[in-house]
Write a protein of this length. Structure first.
Lengths: 314, 274
């Protein structure tokens, strides 16, 4: 995703001289083409994310369209107060890009994991939260974020993620997208876990004869309420999946929506990371497995829930 | 506001002080000592240094002045009203229910407020961003950030202090209202602030120490014609908290105390106001 981001931004900057890139001393080599073509619009802000965020907001008040970029926890929770006051309170168009959302940097340890960022940023007034699912969606999300005249948080994975899309999708902020149709259960997923969810839907179909609808909820805020109304009026079981804590992420947002809405008694089943720091070393695949976020574990959990609901009915 | 004589500016400063004391009494808001300590700094800036026009408050090439010590907002509000950025009747509604002017300024609450402040340590990074953006857009713009000494406790101040010289931001100036107090103690005791000017020098800023109540000296130090060889400028302005009213000066109780009607009367007499 990060390569797609850097490439798309370099192209867009050629057409839009308001775009400036602020990096928190990362992206060595990654931004070489941007620097070569737009050297005066690249700012290495050092390992000083609070300042980087304030600088970006100050630039935005003067008509520029700054993009801040660093590893997710440092782009978000490290400088949360600057995001809240400088960007959101002033309601200026800064795009905060976090690379390494969720467990993308699993092996670097919990300092580099980011399983709370959606919760924190979603709570801020004026903020839009987008979690692209693959490299092509990153490109579409960047276009949408730039077109949006307000604060945006864009949560990337790292690199070489499996593709969900074969060509660049259309992306409307706040509008979920059906990836796979089905009638037995509906799975809502956001961000870099979506390819795993697509795999899970295949496992459900081939080994359990369960036909799942899969919806890409790339925008966690604002939530696509019309789509949720449709989903909850159609399905007895609705599932959310995210590489993020069960507290405050997509599942949390949907649960809030349910509490405020007549959701027809449908059951919500949420998959995500636990309310805990992960102390074990290991790859992203390993830690996903620890958290139950593999295609087989998701398929098993969903199938079990469907049996419980059907059992209650009979 | 250009070419105001020093006597006129001194008179303006006294009037601003009187107004700020009245506002604090009427609205029952604290931070009076902090407001009084930066009045001469603000009068120096708005009375001849800043390239601004109250009839075009959003001109893209205007100079920017950020009061990063947002708790002194009444002083900036009073100066802005005096300079014609908004009507004095708006100032009179300060801190009333539903009014636009709160104890700390909200974003764009009135023309002339360039940034919402109140949480300390935000103004300098914002000012750096404004200076970088206006330079990139090739505007002849300067950015001035007024901070408190207590504010220099915040790490974000020193992040920005390292970044601005690296960007050779000579269009940026910071003025530190060094009144030697913060909310609950002497600022040099709480965080080992001294030697403050040496710190800014060491960080690569063109640094000068001035009497922060001497408008002539302040304006000389802030003169945009002064060269800095590519460095941003730091003015360490030595000030007295509560300046202008003998019974408030250097008494940190006036960080929070609200003046009584008698206090207001006595202060106005001392300031030579009716």
């Amino acid at each position: 995703m990060r390569n797609a981001f850097a490439d798309e931004l370099t192209k867009l900057a050629a057409e839009d001289d308001r775009l400036v890139l602020l990096s928190g001393d990362i992206g060595n080599r990654l931004f070489d083409p941007f620097k070569a073509q737009h050297s005066e619009r690249f700012f290495n802000c050092g390992v000083a994310e609070a300042n980087m965020t304030g600088v970006a907001a100050g630039m935005a008040t003067c008509g520029l369209r700054p993009i801040t970029y660093t590893i997710t926890p440092f782009a978000t929770t490290r400088c949360l107060e600057q995001i809240r006051v400088d960007i959101c309170y002033h309601n200026v168009p800064v795009i905060i890009v976090g690379v390494g959302g969720g467990l993308s940097y699993a092996s670097l340890g919990s300092t580099h994991h980011s399983c709370e960022d959606i919760a924190f940023l979603r709570a801020l007034p004026n903020m839009t939260v987008i979690c692209p699912a693959d490299a092509l969606e990153v490109r579409a999300a960047l276009h949408a974020a730039i077109a949006h005249n307000g604060p945006v948080y864009m949560r990337l994975g790292k690199k070489n993620e499996p593709a969900v899309y074969e060509s660049q999708p259309d992306l409307e902020l706040g509008q979920g997208k059906v990836i796979r149709d089905g009638n037995d259960v509906c799975i809502l997923a956001t961000g870099n876990i979506l390819p795993v969810v697509v795999e899970a839907s295949k496992v459900l179909a081939t080994t359990m004869k369960i036909d799942a609808r899969v919806i890409n909820f790339h925008t966690v805020k604002p939530l696509d309420a019309p789509l949720l109304r449709d989903v909850f009026s159609t399905f007895r079981v609705v599932v959310t999946v995210e590489e993020h804590s069960l507290i405050g992420g997509l599942g949390g947002a949907v649960a809030e929506w349910m509490a405020d809405t007549n959701s027809n008694g449908s059951r919500l089943l949420r998959f995500g990371t636990p309310d805990a720091f992960l102390h074990e070393a290991g790859s992203q695949g390993y830690l996903r497995s620890v958290c139950g976020l593999t295609s087989v574990k998701l398929a098993d959990g969903i199938a079990h829930e469907l049996r419980v609901v059907q059992g209650t009915n009979s | 506001m250009q070419n105001s004589t020093q006597n006129e500016l001194k008179k303006m400063a006294a009037e601003i002080r009187g107004r700020v004391i009245s506002l604090s009494h009427k609205a029952r808001t604290p931070h009076l000592g902090s407001s009084l300590s930066c009045v001469d700094i603000l009068v120096s800036l708005y009375g001849g240094i800043l390239k601004i026009d109250p009839t075009r408050p959003a001109a893209p090439d205007r100079d920017r002045c950020i009061l990063s010590k947002g708790h002194a907002a009444p002083a900036q509000y009073a100066v802005l009203a005096k300079c014609g950025f908004f009507d004095d009747s708006v100032l009179s509604t300060y801190n009333q229910d539903g009014a636009v002017l709160a104890e700390h300024p909200g974003p764009g609450c009135v023309p002339g407020i360039e940034a919402a402040t109140g949480s300390l340590g935000h103004g300098l990074p914002l000012g750096v961003g404004m200076a970088l953006a206006t330079r990139l857009r090739k505007f002849d713009t300067r950015v001035y950030v007024v901070m408190s000494d207590g504010e220099c406790n915040e790490g974000s101040v020193w992040e920005a202090a390292m970044f601005a010289p690296a960007q050779r931001l000579e269009t940026l100036a910071v003025i530190i209202d060094y009144n030697k107090w913060q909310a609950t103690g002497r600022s040099d005791d709480v965080m080992s602030l001294a030697p403050l000017a040496d710190k800014w020098k060491a960080f690569g800023w063109e640094t000068e120490e001035v009497d922060g109540h001497d408008i002539t000296a302040l304006q000389q130090a802030l003169d945009p014609a002064l060269g800095t060889a590519g460095r941003p400028r730091a003015i360490v302005a030595h000030t007295v908290k509560g300046k202008g009213v003998a019974f408030m000066e250097d008494d940190n109780n006036w960080h929070y105390r609200i003046p009584t009607a008698d206090d207001v009367k006595a202060a106005h007499i001392e300031l030579g106001l009716k």
